[in-house]
Design a protein around this ligand. Sequence first.
Ligand code: ADP
Ligand code: MG
Length: 239
Amino acid sequence: MSEELIRLENVSCMYGKISALKNLNLTINKGDYIGIIGPNGSGKSTLIKSILGLVKLSEGQIYYLDQVNCKKKLKMGYVPQISDVNRYFPISVLEVVLTGKMDSSIKPFFKYSKKDILDAHRMLSMVGLENQKDRQISELSGGEFQKMMIARSLIMNPDILLLDEPTAMVDVLSQRQILNLIRQLSKEITIILVTHQIQDVMKHVSKLVYLEKNVIAEGDPEEVYKYAYLKPVGKRRKA
Ligand code: ADP
Ligand code: MG
């Protein structure tokens, strides 16, 4: 039987009066590679943020390894949507990757260890940025920036990796490199990928979830794709 990592039960999220998620149920098992699709504003980023504990739930619970609301039980790596990030902050590539080591217990004037720095170099070479470590992040292309963010998300050796549109604003070659890298990583780490490049990941993901505030369809990628995009809108039923 597959091991359950995270379970969302009846989760709702509101931003003031705007409902972003409504009564959502979803289970993430160890080894899953889940693709999340849905139109703009359908709650994809909010779903990722709710799992990470970055937004407050207005209803429902999230279980991590069967313990309610205890996200510390799992190490979660996160690549935020590019529009949520300040790409012009004055900081170098290596420094950004190292911030992936930070957790809430770190005090001001914290110094990274030699091992941290070696790990950061290792992550940068894994994503093909070994020669870019001293550059300012504002100088990076979209593709380089996202590769750096993936390196950052991996440095603390996460159990699960959550990526929010990592190929948006990225050139075609980098898109392919990033999706290949995620595919390789999915052999070792549980992955949740929000993407609009459904056709490119269809053959990689183990499961596709179509979201519109809650899960409208989930399961076999081909079936969910057909259901979400090839049926007349009025005829959609909950799968
Ligand atoms: P997606 O990632 O699928 O585009 P989001 O999760 O970003 O969707 O947004 C879901 C809904 O919540 C949208 O209607 C969006 O406008 C709204 N929303 C998202 N973030 C905020 C916020 N910080 N403040 C107010 N409304 C928000
Ligand atoms: Mg989004």
